[in-house]
Design a protein around this ligand. Sequence first.
Ligand code: ATP
Length: 295
Amino acid sequence: MNAPQDEAPLVSVEGLQVVLPTGERSEVEAVRRVDLVIRDGERVGVVGESGSGKSVTGRSIAGLLPTSPRVRVNGSIRISGQEMVGAPPAAWDEIRRSRVGMIFQDPLTFLNPTMRVGRQVAESIPPGREGDGSARTRAVHRFLEQAGLERPEQVAARFPHELSGGMRQRVLIAIAIAKLPALIIADEPTTALDVTVQQRVLKTLDTTVADLGTSLMLISHDLAVVANMTDRIYVMYGGRVVEEGATEQVLHEPRHAYTQALLRSVRSLTDDGVELYSISPELRRQLAEEAVDAS
Ligand SMILES: Nc1ncnc2c1ncn2[C@@H]1O[C@H](COP(=O)(O)OP(=O)(O)OP(=O)(O)O)[C@@H](O)[C@H]1O
């Protein structure tokens, strides 16, 4: 957000098309000519229903698409000005080591089950950044603490299966922030958690990203989850971006019928009395009034 006009944005995606194989002779165009920008320090939400192409877009930016030779990526993904479409694996490794951290929905697929948590956090600290030995151990505890884990010394000594789902998700946050990345891509980071734990983990992600000044790409099927945490929202449907705008504008003056429908689904959830972390009391009141007006 604060980048000078002539500086390349942190992430600039233009005309991105991703085709993935779905069977021996079949494929799906998961992403269709998507344009997307994330500036330094900016928080961007990507919303849309299951299968709309959010995850494939996020994974494209992290260089984490399936490795099959039948995967086709066209268009442009520039990270800090560097073109990454067609870049060699080593260039992507470097981007993930130092620029982009990713938090997934299911921590167990990401965490190494046979390695203590502390070591997994330590391994994501760039070499030389926090020193060695006890300085590095102190840094690991600091990152775990920043991710909202109390008694970090004890957590560091545990294996992933010895932690609750919410704690594991916080470990992923610690691993992501230990790189001090320019961008964190959080893909449905709390969908697998129950509502109260969800709220606390989102809050931690929110404050951690703010403290570090890191850009955030928050992917969710739930508009309510991204409402309070982002500056701008992209709404995806059928592999395309159907609406993009400032979060306030998308929430209050949605232009696309699909966004309007997504907002209605938020409304019905709140009408059912389900507490959603990211709906402000003001928006909740307004949505309730609109629902009454519309009925
Ligand atoms: N590894 C894969 N191989 C083949 N097809 C895939 C793969 N991953 C995703 N797809 C397909 O690509 C399309 C977009 O999927 P994507 O996961 O990006 O959607 P999404 O909006 O993130 O939904 P969800 O929240 O369910 O992940 C879908 O048709 C999906 O079936």
